[in-house]
Design a protein around this ligand. Sequence first.
Ligand code: F6P
Length: 372
Amino acid sequence: KKRIGILTAGGDSPGLNAAIRGFGKAAIGHHGMELIGFRDGIRGLAENRFVELDSQALSGILTVGGTILGTSRDKVHKMMVDGQPTDMVPTILDNCAQDGLDGLVCIGGGGTAKNAYRLQQAGLNVIHLPKTIDNDIAHTETSFGFSTALGIATEAIDRLHSTAHSHHRIIVVEVMGHKAGWLALGAGIAGGADIILLPEIPYSIDSVAKSIRERAAAGHNFSVVAIAEGARDLKDTADLAAAEALVSGAATPESKEAAKTHRANVLAAHRGNAFRLAEALEAATGLESRVTILGYVQRGGTPDAQDRLLGTILGGAGADLVARGEYGVTVAAQGQGAAPVPLEEVAGTLKTVPLDHPWLDAARHVGTCMGD
Ligand code: F6P
């Protein structure tokens, strides 16, 4: 009998429980394996905190938001222990041997793919299932969580429209997405945002203000601006690029540390971007401006049908791979189904919006200002 461990790591996301259930039901019911679930992601793996998962434990969780196992944002090689970054890989290997595990399933986003790859290189049998609301995992067409978050952000933009319209205001709505613009672009198009600002296209505040003034001149004296949390104007983009160049060009460990501190300061100064933009737009257009940060509401609650489906498909496909002893892969969504992709191709690669993506064409076709 194969004995497998499963964990969820990184930010929570709708569909995690569907994937745990999808993997678990196939592993236990179809392939006759035993399953244990580590608590709180990598932290629970390193501390060997787990529960036995049987079919009873997997029942009734398909529609539940979050993750029944808990999660954390730890890194296997740099987990904070007593205030010190600590390499927990040897401990994790010991734990997995002690628990009699044949394999480990890591459900998570880009950070989890990196953790999974490190563990695989250290000798563990690992597969990775791609979850994130950001849709930024390489080589998978999508990830569970994205569809639900897209729906939530779209509904929010719909609702902001009527209040922006009634008050003749600019509403700047900040959408999550980390360094990728998928969520802001998708929800911006679906919610009919007038301006969409993405990390992939540095924006000019002047262009945005001009577009708002033109709308007002045409009788639309309100505007909804959907801004991805990672979007930056031209100046901030240049500042960050200079800071990145200092880090990569640093010749000594000391200068690298100093450059990293400088980069962290630059990034900190960019926080509150949506508020700075709203202020600048109010000054440039004379229209009253407000900000809405959508935040964690985008990650919470029950998964939509698409994410339940994807979690179930990828979970089941993952169990088949484990049954065949095929490890070291991300179970990617491709076409209507799943396909294994080597972890080394996924870990450390970010999937941002390509500048020739059809969604960008669609946005421009309906006259959306992209801030460039
Ligand atoms: O990756 C999902 C995500 O929600 C991003 O969109 C966001 O940048 C980040 O997580 C927030 O992280 P945390 O949960 O650590 O606040």
